[in-house]
Design a binder for this molecule. Structure first.
Ligand code: PLP
Length: 227
Protein backbone atom coordinates (compact mmCIF):
# COMPACT_ATOMS: atom_id res chain seq x y z
CA UNK A 1 0.00 0.00 0.00
CA UNK A 2 1.30 3.40 -0.99
CA UNK A 3 1.93 5.99 1.68
CA UNK A 4 -1.41 7.73 1.24
CA UNK A 5 -0.84 10.63 3.59
CA UNK A 6 2.28 11.62 1.61
CA UNK A 7 0.72 11.19 -1.80
CA UNK A 8 -2.38 13.15 -0.78
CA UNK A 9 -0.24 15.97 0.54
CA UNK A 10 1.89 15.97 -2.62
CA UNK A 11 -1.15 15.96 -4.89
CA UNK A 12 -2.88 18.73 -2.96
CA UNK A 13 0.20 20.93 -3.06
CA UNK A 14 0.66 20.18 -6.75
CA UNK A 15 -2.93 21.27 -7.42
CA UNK A 16 -2.21 24.46 -5.49
CA UNK A 17 0.89 25.21 -7.55
CA UNK A 18 -0.94 24.58 -10.82
CA UNK A 19 -3.83 26.81 -9.74
CA UNK A 20 -1.33 29.57 -9.09
CA UNK A 21 0.56 29.02 -12.35
CA UNK A 22 -2.59 29.44 -14.45
CA UNK A 23 -4.21 32.22 -12.44
CA UNK A 24 -6.91 30.02 -10.96
CA UNK A 25 -8.42 30.98 -7.63
CA UNK A 26 -6.71 29.10 -4.74
CA UNK A 27 -8.91 26.21 -3.66
CA UNK A 28 -11.12 26.34 -6.77
CA UNK A 29 -10.15 22.80 -7.87
CA UNK A 30 -11.58 19.92 -5.86
CA UNK A 31 -9.61 16.67 -5.56
CA UNK A 32 -11.79 13.62 -6.18
CA UNK A 33 -9.95 10.47 -5.03
CA UNK A 34 -10.70 7.71 -7.53
CA UNK A 35 -10.89 4.60 -5.36
CA UNK A 36 -11.99 1.93 -7.86
CA UNK A 37 -10.21 -1.36 -7.07
CA UNK A 38 -8.88 0.08 -3.79
CA UNK A 39 -9.61 -1.57 -0.46
CA UNK A 40 -11.68 -0.05 2.31
CA UNK A 41 -8.44 0.12 4.31
CA UNK A 42 -6.90 2.39 1.67
CA UNK A 43 -10.04 4.52 1.46
CA UNK A 44 -10.16 4.90 5.25
CA UNK A 45 -6.46 5.85 5.30
CA UNK A 46 -7.23 8.65 2.84
CA UNK A 47 -10.22 9.68 4.94
CA UNK A 48 -7.98 9.98 8.00
CA UNK A 49 -5.98 12.55 6.01
CA UNK A 50 -9.09 14.62 5.42
CA UNK A 51 -10.17 13.24 2.02
CA UNK A 52 -13.98 13.38 1.75
CA UNK A 53 -14.80 12.88 -1.94
CA UNK A 54 -14.32 9.43 -3.51
CA UNK A 55 -15.01 8.27 -7.07
CA UNK A 56 -16.04 4.74 -8.05
CA UNK A 57 -16.68 3.02 -11.41
CA UNK A 58 -18.25 -0.35 -10.61
CA UNK A 59 -21.61 -0.37 -8.84
CA UNK A 60 -21.43 -3.62 -6.89
CA UNK A 61 -17.86 -3.05 -5.71
CA UNK A 62 -18.75 0.49 -4.70
CA UNK A 63 -21.96 -0.35 -2.85
CA UNK A 64 -20.17 -3.06 -0.87
CA UNK A 65 -17.47 -0.61 0.18
CA UNK A 66 -19.95 2.17 0.95
CA UNK A 67 -21.84 -0.20 3.28
CA UNK A 68 -18.68 -1.44 4.96
CA UNK A 69 -17.27 2.02 5.56
CA UNK A 70 -20.70 3.42 6.50
CA UNK A 71 -19.55 6.99 7.07
CA UNK A 72 -22.12 9.69 6.31
CA UNK A 73 -19.41 12.34 6.08
CA UNK A 74 -18.03 10.83 2.87
CA UNK A 75 -19.28 11.96 -0.54
CA UNK A 76 -19.48 9.24 -3.19
CA UNK A 77 -19.24 10.05 -6.90
CA UNK A 78 -20.16 7.53 -9.59
CA UNK A 79 -17.82 8.08 -12.56
CA UNK A 80 -18.15 4.88 -14.64
CA UNK A 81 -20.51 3.99 -17.48
CA UNK A 82 -24.11 3.81 -16.18
CA UNK A 83 -26.07 0.68 -17.10
CA UNK A 84 -29.81 1.12 -16.91
CA UNK A 85 -30.28 -1.88 -14.62
CA UNK A 86 -27.94 -0.23 -12.08
CA UNK A 87 -29.64 3.13 -11.81
CA UNK A 88 -31.57 2.31 -8.63
CA UNK A 89 -28.45 1.36 -6.71
CA UNK A 90 -26.59 4.39 -8.01
CA UNK A 91 -29.42 6.79 -7.17
CA UNK A 92 -29.66 5.33 -3.66
CA UNK A 93 -25.99 5.23 -2.66
CA UNK A 94 -24.25 8.10 -4.46
CA UNK A 95 -24.43 11.89 -4.13
CA UNK A 96 -22.97 12.55 -7.58
CA UNK A 97 -23.04 10.89 -11.01
CA UNK A 98 -20.48 12.30 -13.48
CA UNK A 99 -21.29 10.03 -16.40
CA UNK A 100 -24.87 10.73 -17.50
CA UNK A 101 -24.93 10.53 -21.29
CA UNK A 102 -28.50 9.80 -22.37
CA UNK A 103 -31.99 10.81 -21.38
CA UNK A 104 -33.14 7.31 -20.48
CA UNK A 105 -30.43 7.09 -17.82
CA UNK A 106 -31.30 10.54 -16.48
CA UNK A 107 -34.99 9.61 -16.25
CA UNK A 108 -34.26 6.36 -14.46
CA UNK A 109 -31.92 8.05 -11.96
CA UNK A 110 -34.59 10.70 -11.36
CA UNK A 111 -37.31 8.11 -10.72
CA UNK A 112 -35.09 6.04 -8.45
CA UNK A 113 -33.74 8.87 -6.31
CA UNK A 114 -35.21 8.32 -2.81
CA UNK A 115 -37.61 11.08 -1.74
CA UNK A 116 -35.84 11.69 1.58
CA UNK A 117 -32.53 12.51 -0.12
CA UNK A 118 -31.61 15.84 -1.76
CA UNK A 119 -31.50 15.90 -5.58
CA UNK A 120 -28.74 13.80 -7.12
CA UNK A 121 -25.93 15.98 -8.51
CA UNK A 122 -25.17 15.06 -12.10
CA UNK A 123 -22.70 15.93 -14.81
CA UNK A 124 -23.24 15.15 -18.45
CA UNK A 125 -20.34 13.23 -19.96
CA UNK A 126 -19.18 14.60 -23.32
CA UNK A 127 -17.63 12.33 -25.94
CA UNK A 128 -14.94 14.73 -27.04
CA UNK A 129 -12.29 12.59 -28.73
CA UNK A 130 -14.38 10.10 -30.55
CA UNK A 131 -11.78 7.38 -31.02
CA UNK A 132 -11.39 6.87 -27.29
CA UNK A 133 -14.69 5.53 -26.04
CA UNK A 134 -18.32 5.01 -26.74
CA UNK A 135 -19.28 6.80 -23.53
CA UNK A 136 -20.54 10.34 -23.58
CA UNK A 137 -22.99 12.43 -25.56
CA UNK A 138 -21.77 14.02 -28.75
CA UNK A 139 -21.44 17.81 -28.53
CA UNK A 140 -24.21 18.17 -31.14
CA UNK A 141 -26.72 16.45 -28.88
CA UNK A 142 -25.75 18.26 -25.67
CA UNK A 143 -28.32 21.09 -25.76
CA UNK A 144 -31.19 18.66 -26.04
CA UNK A 145 -29.96 16.48 -23.18
CA UNK A 146 -29.51 19.57 -20.99
CA UNK A 147 -33.04 20.68 -21.78
CA UNK A 148 -34.43 17.29 -20.80
CA UNK A 149 -32.33 16.90 -17.64
CA UNK A 150 -33.23 20.27 -16.19
CA UNK A 151 -36.89 19.26 -15.99
CA UNK A 152 -36.20 16.27 -13.76
CA UNK A 153 -36.91 17.35 -10.17
CA UNK A 154 -34.76 14.77 -8.37
CA UNK A 155 -31.63 15.59 -10.38
CA UNK A 156 -29.51 18.72 -10.13
CA UNK A 157 -27.48 19.34 -13.27
CA UNK A 158 -24.12 20.69 -12.12
CA UNK A 159 -21.87 20.55 -15.18
CA UNK A 160 -19.92 18.54 -17.70
CA UNK A 161 -17.41 15.69 -17.52
CA UNK A 162 -14.96 14.35 -20.09
CA UNK A 163 -12.29 11.67 -20.37
CA UNK A 164 -10.41 12.39 -23.62
CA UNK A 165 -8.05 10.01 -25.39
CA UNK A 166 -4.73 9.95 -23.54
CA UNK A 167 -1.81 12.00 -24.77
CA UNK A 168 1.56 12.87 -23.24
CA UNK A 169 1.80 16.32 -24.84
CA UNK A 170 0.31 19.05 -22.68
CA UNK A 171 -0.83 21.15 -25.64
CA UNK A 172 -2.64 18.14 -27.14
CA UNK A 173 -4.13 17.39 -23.73
CA UNK A 174 -5.44 20.95 -23.43
CA UNK A 175 -7.34 21.00 -26.74
CA UNK A 176 -10.22 18.65 -25.89
CA UNK A 177 -10.51 20.18 -22.41
CA UNK A 178 -10.82 23.62 -23.98
CA UNK A 179 -13.65 22.34 -26.17
CA UNK A 180 -15.51 21.00 -23.14
CA UNK A 181 -15.02 24.31 -21.32
CA UNK A 182 -16.48 26.14 -24.31
CA UNK A 183 -19.52 23.86 -24.26
CA UNK A 184 -19.91 24.50 -20.51
CA UNK A 185 -19.76 28.26 -21.04
CA UNK A 186 -22.25 28.05 -23.91
CA UNK A 187 -24.79 26.17 -21.79
CA UNK A 188 -24.16 28.42 -18.79
CA UNK A 189 -24.76 31.62 -20.71
CA UNK A 190 -27.84 30.46 -22.63
CA UNK A 191 -29.75 27.78 -20.73
CA UNK A 192 -28.70 27.12 -17.17
CA UNK A 193 -25.77 28.26 -15.01
CA UNK A 194 -23.40 25.35 -14.37
CA UNK A 195 -20.61 25.32 -11.78
CA UNK A 196 -18.76 22.05 -12.41
CA UNK A 197 -16.16 20.98 -14.96
CA UNK A 198 -15.00 17.43 -14.14
CA UNK A 199 -11.85 16.92 -16.22
CA UNK A 200 -8.32 15.68 -15.57
CA UNK A 201 -6.76 12.46 -14.27
CA UNK A 202 -3.25 11.71 -13.00
CA UNK A 203 -1.82 12.03 -16.54
CA UNK A 204 -3.43 15.30 -17.60
CA UNK A 205 -4.26 17.14 -14.40
CA UNK A 206 -2.18 20.23 -15.27
CA UNK A 207 -3.83 20.62 -18.69
CA UNK A 208 -7.26 20.23 -17.09
CA UNK A 209 -6.66 22.85 -14.40
CA UNK A 210 -5.22 25.20 -17.01
CA UNK A 211 -8.48 24.89 -18.96
CA UNK A 212 -10.80 25.41 -16.01
CA UNK A 213 -11.33 22.09 -14.20
CA UNK A 214 -13.27 22.43 -10.95
CA UNK A 215 -12.95 18.70 -10.12
CA UNK A 216 -9.94 16.53 -10.99
CA UNK A 217 -10.41 12.75 -10.72
CA UNK A 218 -7.16 11.27 -9.45
CA UNK A 219 -6.46 7.59 -8.72
CA UNK A 220 -2.92 6.53 -9.59
CA UNK A 221 -1.13 9.54 -8.10
CA UNK A 222 -2.83 8.89 -4.75
CA UNK A 223 -2.97 5.12 -4.43
CA UNK A 224 -0.31 3.87 -6.89
CA UNK A 225 -0.75 1.93 -10.15
CA UNK A 226 -3.81 -0.33 -10.42
CA UNK A 227 -3.11 -4.03 -11.04
C1 PLP B 1 -9.90 5.46 -13.35
C2 PLP B 1 -10.47 6.78 -13.69
C3 PLP B 1 -9.83 7.97 -13.29
C4 PLP B 1 -8.50 8.02 -12.55
O1 PLP B 1 -7.43 7.78 -13.39
P1 PLP B 1 -5.90 7.82 -12.83
O2 PLP B 1 -5.10 7.77 -14.07
O3 PLP B 1 -5.71 6.62 -11.98
O4 PLP B 1 -5.74 9.08 -12.08
C5 PLP B 1 -10.47 9.16 -13.59
N1 PLP B 1 -11.65 9.20 -14.25
C6 PLP B 1 -12.28 8.08 -14.65
C7 PLP B 1 -13.58 8.19 -15.38
C8 PLP B 1 -11.71 6.84 -14.39
O5 PLP B 1 -12.34 5.73 -14.81
Amino acid sequence: MKNIDKSLELTRSRIGRIEQKYGREPGSVKLLAVSKSRSTTEICAARECGQIDFGENYVQEAVDKIHQINDPRLIWHFIGPVQSNKTRQIATHFQWVHSVDRIKIAQRLNEARPEHLPPLNICIQINISHENSKSGVSPDDLQQLVAECRNLPHLKLRGLMALPAPSTDIELQRMPFRQVKMLLDAVSSTVLPLDTLSIGTTQDMEAAIAEGATIVRIGTALFGARS
